[in-house]
Write a protein that binds this ligand. Structure first.
Ligand code: C2E
Ligand code: CA
Ligand code: CA
Length: 537
């Protein structure tokens, strides 16, 4: 009996002793309860002392009573209990710490590519700025933008877009050193931080990156070519803090994109104009969202009877400080900043809204809007057109989509599918600015446009410029031969209108008929025009 009691007491003590190790680890780990665990550790030590004393008491006792046996059993149970609680607690705390570690990792890394994210990169730049301030070291930052990515993403969908981004990040990782930080900046942009790197070395790295990205990527059996535009800044020359450096890298990257070169070093002299453009771009984005873009409408008339035959919607920007800005000043900015689709959606919706009102007042011609070639690369576009037509209750053949000849000719194959869907939908297509895009007769014959709009540069001075008069005449003949109708743009005087009528042109548009007008003024123009015709008749 005595032997059994001793075994229980010492086993309990051994268990207590064993739980001292995890307790020690718990005291050292980084969590809020370390103080309590220290006290618990001391208590366990005291317990062990107590167990020892009780063991020696049992040894000295001659005849054991049953109370001694019961106490030894309780002491053994206590040892088991403490050991189990300490172990369990340690594994729970370890689990929580592991989770916190993973959470921290996720907060600083990009889920898709597993690269450091913007926050971690900014933190590393902050550190490097502090370090370089003291050591007078220099470092370089790249902002890398992928060319064509948006189109690929739109055409193949997000799944393959993500896959392509992973492939790009793998290739980029191969082009950099271990001490560099390659980060995902967001969307199709990456950033690279190169410690101890001069401008010359940075240029060599950008060439390497271009080389490594140039071979096509294999996605879904397609060979996809992706270009890069890299903006480069160095510390301290182009900025002395993280914010300024990154802002300037963004401007340099935008310069590279604009000049269609692979990389561009930040140039403080160009900063001002680029900065203005960037501000304008930011405002433009907001203008589309907040309805600061407005539409003016220019009428087209039929050559035969002078009646209204169509209305073209032309966008303007009602700027808070600069007043009314004409499209020539911002359409190219729209294209560059990827806003063509939101712009077309806006124009389509607004133009059809106005048209639905005019129709009720017997102004029953068609309405034309200008679209970007980006819309013809977008497989969702025909669906959006249909939805907007349905929204305003307008038949598809009342809507004409104008697309410039030069933009179709830039890549005729790529627009074919969307053009075909639009044709099936029943909307009309017009080739705008005709004469500036070098299309072949063969292509024109295939392209399902109902009308051809001769560019105003040929029409405006056709009375004084014989070459242009010949071009206009042969365009009209050619268009009629392949069954297309012809609109002459830029008719600025009566005589030009008369000559165009003689040459067989179908419709006229230009300042002589009317300038583009705000919606209410167009309606007044129409009423006046009707009166004139009644009086003339
Ligand atoms: P466009 O599609 O060729 O539009 C005709 C342009 O010629 C308009 O300029 C119009 O005001 C101008 N115009 C009309 N009659 C005459 C004339 O007799 N003489 C002269 N010299 N000009 C005349 P606007 O409104 O400044 O638009 C310029 C260009 O901006 C448009 O050329 C079109 O390419 C683009 N644009 C306008 N609105 C939109 C739009 O909503 N979306 C897109 N993607 N582009 C648009
Ligand atoms: Ca047009
Ligand atoms: Ca035009």
């Amino acid at each position: 009996m005595k032997f059994l009691s001793l075994i229980f007491v010492y086993l309990g003590a051994i268990l207590l002793f064993a739980s001292l190790f995890p307790t020690r680890r718990l005291c050292r780990q980084d969590h809020p309860g370390t103080f309590v665990w220290r006290i618990l550790g001391i208590l366990i030590l005291l317990f062990i002392g107590g167990y020892g004393l009780y063991g020696s008491l049992i040894l000295k006792t001659g005849e054991l009573q049953s109370i001694h046996v019961i106490v030894s059993l309780i002491m053994f149970g206590g040892g088991v209990f403490v050991a189990a609680v300490v172990r369990q607690t340690q594994s729970a705390i370890n689990h929580i710490l592991r989770m916190a570690e993973q959470e921290k990792y996720r907060a600083l890394h990009d889920d898709l590519t597993d690269l450091p994210n913007r926050t971690l990169l900014q933190d590393r730049i902050d550190q490097l700025v502090l370090l370089s301030e003291r050591s007078e070291h220099t470092f370089t930052i790249f902002l890398i933008d992928l060319d064509n990515f948006k189109e690929i993403n739109d055409a193949l969908g997000h799944f393959y877009g993500d896959y392509l981004l992973q492939q790009v990040s793998e290739r980029l990782s191969k082009a950099v050193r271990k001490c560099d930080t390659l980060a995902r900046w967001g969307g199709d942009k990456f950033a690279l931080l190169l410690p101890d790197t001069s401008v010359e070395e940075a240029e060599a790295v950008s060439m390497k990156i271009t080389e490594i990205i140039t071979p096509p990527f294999q996605v879904e059996g397609n060979n996809l070519a992706v270009g890069v535009n890299i903006g480069i800044v160095t510390y301290p020359e182009h900025g002395q803090d993280t914010g300024t450096l990154l802002q300037h890298a963004d401007i340099a990257m935008y310069e590279a994109k604009r000049n269609q070169v692979n990389y561009c070093l930040f140039n403080p002299e160009k900063n001002r104009t680029t900065w203005d453009r960037l501000i304008l771009m930011g405002e433009l984005r907001k203008a589309i969202e907040s309805g600061h873009l407005i539409l003016h409408f220019q009428p087209q008339i039929s050559v035969l009877d002078g009646r209204l035959s169509g209305i073209e919607a032309l966008v303007r920007w009602q700027h808070e400080k600069k007043g009314l800005i004409q499209p020539d000043e911002f359409i190219s900015l729209i294209e560059q900043s990827g806003l063509s689709k939101p712009l077309t959606n806006f124009v389509l919706d607004k133009a059809l809204e106005h048209y639905s009102l005019w129709r009720e007042s017997a102004m029953k011609t068609g309405i034309s809007i200008n679209i970007s070639v980006k819309n013809l690369h977008d497989f969702d576009f025909p669906g959006q057109v249909k939805a907007t037509l349905d929204k305003w209750g307008i038949e598809p053949d009342r809507l004409t989509l104008e697309i410039t000849e030069s933009s179709i000719m830039a890549d005729p194959g790529r627009v074919a599918l969307v053009v075909e869907s639009l044709k099936k939908l029943g909307v009309r297509l017009a080739i705008d600015d005709f004469g500036t895009g070098y299309s072949s007769l063969q292509y024109l014959r295939q392209f399902p446009a109902r009308e051809i709009k001769i560019d105003k540069s040929f029409v405006t001075d056709m009375l004084s410029n014989e070459d242009n008069a010949v071009i206009v005449k042969s365009t009209i003949d050619m268009a009629h031969n392949i069954g297309r109708q012809v609109v002459a743009e830029g008719v600025e005087d009566h005589e030009t209108g008369v000559l165009l009528k003689r040459l067989g042109c179908d419709y006229l548009q230009g300042f002589h008929i009317s300038h583009p007008l705000p919606p209410d003024d167009l309606f007044l123009w129409y009423e006046k025009q009707k009166d004139k015709q009644k009086n003339g008749a």
